[in-house]
Design a binder for this molecule. Structure first.
Ligand SMILES: [Ca+2]
Length: 256
């Protein structure tokens, strides 16, 4: 009887002790509880990717770093890519811009095979749309010998890709450049703020060169069919006659 009473007494005491410590925890915020007085840092993500902040800070994930004025305020900004091949599709490659107002990112739509080829890669900073800061040229995909570049504009604190009217997947909104003896592709600035998108395709004895002129309408490039040109000439004459074929894409555009 005594033993039983003693045992009961001990368990009651233990229960009371537990309740007391639980009450103390609630009143003073135990160390297992996060401090509620400090607000969490604001969600400054600019993509829907949960790895954005981590990728932006992980210098080992970076591919290249370029400096130039992309925001148009006259100061040097930083542009870099960060790659996380293990992330979910759509979040494997992010393009970051560090400007006066902070860090902004955009996720790049890249194929797994291109990630293995070292793409995407920042190809350069050029004044392409004729105003504000420089645009960011990013090689996004590769074919047998042709590369496909996206052009990104930093405006109003975010980075957005230039869209090309009537371009279709899988190279939608991408500028083809390079190639081989069968076909060459090129993109460059032309007079009066226009953009040239050109191809040279082998025919029986000559190459057929098609030059299409596009003009900016906001972030969209709209084709002006009235300025379409078609020429036929020998392969060696192509870069001499049409400078867009003579170098990397957007070579004639002003530097950042
Ligand atoms: Ca610009």
């Amino acid at each position: 009887m005594h033993r039983s009473y003693h045992s009961f007494d001990m368990s009651t005491f233990a229960a009371q002790l537990f309740s007391l410590s639980a009450l103390l925890c609630l009143a003073t915020a135990c160390d297992s509880e996060p401090a509620k007085t400090r607000p969490p840092p604001p969600d400054t993500r600019s993509t829907t990717c949960s790895n954005e902040r981590e990728l932006g800070e992980d210098t080992s994930a970076r591919r290249g770093l370029l400096r130039g004025d992309v925001s148009g305020d006259g100061r040097q900004d930083e542009v870099f890519l960060a790659v996380d091949e293990g992330a979910e599709p759509g979040c494997r490659a992010l393009l970051f811009v560090t400007a006066q107002d902070g860090v902004t990112a955009v996720s790049l739509d890249v194929e797994e095979g291109d990630l293995g080829l070292g793409l995407p890669a920042v190809a350069g900073l050029k004044q392409i749309d004729g105003g504000g800061g420089a645009e960011i040229v990013v090689d996004m995909a590769a074919g047998a010998s042709t590369f496909f570049a996206g052009v990104f504009v930093f405006a109003d604190g975010s980075v957005e890709q230039v869209r090309i009217d009537q371009s279709l997947p899988p190279t939608e909104n991408l500028f083809a450049h390079g190639g081989g003896v069968g076909q060459l592709s090129a993109a460059d600035c032309a007079a009066d703020g226009a953009i040239l998108i050109s191809t040279a395709v082998a025919e029986a004895r000559r190459y057929r060169v098609d030059r299409h002129t596009y003009r900016f309408d906001g972030l969209r490039l709209a084709r002006d069919p009235s300025e379409d040109e078609t020429h036929r000439l020998r392969f060696g004459m192509i870069p001499r006659s049409f400078p867009e074929f003579a170098g990397p894409p957007f070579s004639s555009c002003p530097d950042a």
